[in-house]
Design a protein around this ligand. Structure first.
Ligand code: AMP
Length: 427
């Protein structure tokens, strides 16, 4: 199967060829015909599967084919809503690349930065708007954006939208969309709350599911290190010293933890930077930019900040802390081994985290090989009993640690409308 077989038009074919895509990925092969047929789509897929191209290519094609529909200033005919700034920027960059031989314009808006550059861009006109929910509602209420002409609507990473407390924003956005439209809904997981939400957005959708299991089992080499908490930084330093030229993404469960790792690595003369919700947008983009360009080899990230990180040649992912929600592990290791490349994901596990390891192995239906050849091996951990905690307790810890705004910190546009944790519904 080729992109040409899928009926993609020449200007887009040329652009994706230049991107180096020879064949469609499974999600593209399944979704593109449905979307070109103008049907609604419910897609269960995570980033790393080629999901962005699966939805942006058909939208570009529809817009290209109907380009004479508008006269005068461009109208927003497609809206793509995604939870994080990084993801929004990433999608916008992809739309620009795939659409470079069309005259279709996109604009990206997100919170946490001044709005002027964004409103100037909107004034110049756009066919596609990529947005995070808070800033989108903000600019709608100020009169800079109208959704009246939207014909193609995409809600991306729906499960993360719920986790971040965006559900009310999403409902407000849906209420402003024209009833006659094509809607696309993507989520990495499909709990009942997500199915409910999709029912409010989609007509009678076609369904496409790309199981995360494929991403982990087939493409990423995985390993687990049993190591005590105090020795984790020593082990990390040891591994980074052994891979001095690789791009390494290190996951920390908390923002505070991420900063601490950076400080400790600095002491060991290993240059790194952290990205998380407490960093300014400028600092996050700088660190991410340096990492993508290869100027910075080690990036420490929390889960939410890392969504949307798309780095070619990302050879190694290290889970400094094991995530307490097993799906998060799949998201994390999906950062390496993107599309066709293969990658390595290594995880540190201390005694308390063994319970998370058990859940992860159950989800991916794989036993992750234990690496025992390292100087900080702690035999006691492998044999230690698994602590007893309930799933709900674990989820509670996860959400508190990564999404709660810092006390007293200034809220960004996207954070303003969120409910405090205690008032949010848990799913
Ligand atoms: P996504 O799931 O959209 O985040 O895409 C993951 C990565 O796969 C990105 O780096 C894309 O550039 C790349 N990609 C998407 N489609 C293809 C394809 N058909 N062939 C090769 N790489 C692709």
């Amino acid at each position: 199967m080729t992109f040409k077989d899928l009926g993609i038009i020449k200007p887009i074919l040329k652009a994706i060829q230049e991107e180096g895509y020879t064949n469609p990925t499974p999600i593209q092969e399944q979704s593109i015909p449905i979307l070109l047929d103008r049907k609604d789509l419910l897609g269960c897929a995570q980033t790393g599967t080629g999901k962005t191209a699966a939805f942006t290519i058909p939208i570009l094609q529809h817009l290209f084919n109907s380009k004479n529909d508008y006269k005068g200033k461009r109208k927003i005919r497609s809206l793509i809503v995604t939870p994080t700034r990084e993801l929004a920027i990433q999608i916008s960059e992809n739309v620009t690349s795939y659409g470079k031989y069309t005259d279709i314009k996109n604009v990206v808006i997100f919170g946490g930065v001044k709005q002027r550059a964004q409103t100037d861009a909107l004034r110049r006109g756009a066919d596609i708007l990529v947005a995070t929910p808070g800033r989108l509602l903000d600019l709608i209420s100020q009169g800079y954006i109208s959704l009246r002409d939207v014909k193609y609507f995409v809600l991306d990473e729906a499960d993360q939208m719920l986790d971040m407390g965006f559900i009310h924003d999403i409902k407000k956005i849906i209420a402003k969309l024209p009833a006659k439209r094509q809607s696309l809904f993507f989520s990495a997981t499909m709990p009942s709350a997500i199915i409910d939400l999709s029912g409010k957005i989609l007509g009678r959708p076609e369904k496409v599911a790309i199981k995360p299991k494929q991403a982990t089992a087939e493409k990423v080499e995985q390993g687990i290190y049993f190591v005590s908490k105090p020795n984790k930084t020593n082990l990390l330093t040891h591994l980074l010293e052994g891979n001095p030229d690789s791009s390494v993404l290190v996951f920390s469960r908390t923002k505070h933890g991420a900063d601490k790792i950076v400080r400790k690595l600095n002491k060991a003369k290993i240059q790194s930077a952290a990205i998380h919700g407490n960093k300014s947008q400028g600092a996050r983009q700088r660190a991410l930019g340096d990492f993508k360009k290869g100027k910075l080899n080690v990036l420490i990230a929390t889960d939410i900040a890392a969504r949307g990180i798309d780095v070619e040649e990302l050879s190694l992912v290290i889970n400094y802390d094991l995530p307490n929600i097993p799906e998060t592990y799949v998201h994390r290791i999906g950062r390496t081994g993107r599309a066709k490349a293969s990658g390595v994901a290594l995880s540190f596990c201390n005694a308390e985290e063994k319970v998370y390891l058990k859940d992860i192995q159950k989800l991916i239906n794989q036993e992750i090989p234990v690496i025992s050849e390292h100087p900080f091996i702690d035999d006691g951990i492998e044999d230690a009993p698994i602590p007893k905690t309930t799933n709900n307790q674990r989820k509670k810890v996860q959400r508190r640690s990564d999404t709660k705004p810092k006390n007293g910190s200034k809220k960004t546009g996207d954070q303003k409308n969120r409910k405090p944790f205690s008032k949010r519904r848990r799913y």
